[in-house]
Ligand binder design. Structure first.
Ligand SMILES: Cc1cc2nc3c(=O)[nH]c(=O)nc-3n(C[C@H](O)[C@H](O)[C@H](O)COP(=O)(O)O)c2cc1C
Length: 207
C-alpha cells in the first residue's frame, strides 16, 4: 500500500554541504515524498507546533535527515522533538498520534564506518549512538528502523562515493513510498544500507 513519506531535513550550513544537499535535492524529486528544510523554515527556532504535528499526522514514514553533529542530530531536530512531541499527542494519555508509523534516520558522518564499532575510536555503533531516537520511537509507538548512512562523508566527493549513495537513497525512498519495506527484516540490521544490500543480493541470487 502506498505510504506518505516525510523527510525532515536539518543542516545549519548548507552552503558548505557536499552530501546532504544533494541527498535533500534528490528527495524533493521523489513522488510521494514531502520535504521540509527545518533550518530554512525556522531560522530562529520558532517552530510551529500545530503545523509540525499536522505534518506528522499526514504521513506514514518519518525520516530525520542530517549530518551527525557530536554523535547526535543538529540542534534544531532536538528542539523540534522537545516542542512537537507533546504529551497527549505523541505519548501519555491518548497520545497515540504516531502509533505504527515508521521512523528512521538518514545521516552522514565524517568518521569512517570502521570507527563506529567497539574497537574503533568512536567506541559505539551508529545504532547505539542513536538509542535516544530509537527509544523516542518506542515510547511514541513508532516502528524504528536502523539508520541509512554515509560514512567518511568529508572524502566521499573526491572518492566518488556520493553517486552510489544517492542511488541507494532514491531506491530507499521509492520503496518507502511503495510500502515495499519489510520492517521486521530491516530492523535487524545495524544500518539500512545493509538491508538494501541484502535484498539486492537475494534478488540477484534468485535470477
Ligand atoms: C559541529 C560539528 C560536529 C560534528 N560531529 C561529528 C561527529 O560527532 N561524528 C562524525 O562522524 N562527524 C561529525 N562531524 C562531521 C559531519 O558529520 C560532516 O561534516 C557531515 O557529515 C558532512 O556532510 P555535508 O557535506 O552534507 O555537510 C561534525 C561536524 C560539525 C560541523
Amino acid at each position: 500500500m502506498t505510504q506518505k513519506v516525510l523527510v525532515l531535513f536539518a543542516h545549519p550550513s548548507q552552503h558548505r554541504s557536499e552530501v546532504n544537499k544533494p541527498l535533500f535535492d534528490l528527495a524533493k524529486q521523489v513522488e510521494g515524498v514531502t520535504t521540509v528544510d527545518l533550518y530554512a523554515e525556522y531560522p530562529t527556532f520558532n517552530i510551529n507546533i500545530d503545523r509540525e504535528q499536522q505534518r506528522l499526522l499526514d504521513h506514514d514514514v518519518i525520516i530525520f535527515q542530517f549530518p551527525l553533529y557530536w554523535y547526535s542530530t543538529p540542534a534544531i531536530l532536538k528542539e523540534w522533538q522537545d516542542l512537537v512531541l507533546e504529551y497527549t499527542f505523541a505519548y501519555g494519555t491518548d497520545g497515540n498520534a504516531l502509533v505504527d508509523k515508521t521512523f528512521f534516520c538518514s545521516l552522514t558522518a565524517g568518521g569512517k564506518a570502521e570507527a563506529y564499532r567497539a574497537e574503533g575510536y568512536n567506541h559505539f555503533t551508529i545504532r547505539q549512538l542513536l538509542y535516544p531516537l530509537e527509544q523516542m520511537a518506542s515510547l511514541t509507538g513508532m516502528y524504528y528502523l536502523p539508520p541509512f548512512g554515509l560514512f567518511g562523508s568529508r572524502t566521499a566527493l573526491e572518492e566518488k562515493r556520493i553517486d552510489v549513495h544517492l542511488a541507494e537513497w532514491r531506491t530507499l525512498l521509492q520503496r518507502c513510498v511503495a510500502g515495499d519495506i519489510n520492517r521486521e527484516h530491516a530492523a535487524q540490521f545495524d544500518k539500512l544500507n545493509h538491508y538494501l544490500g541484502d535484498d539486492q543480493f537475494k534478488m540477484e541470487a534468485a535470477k
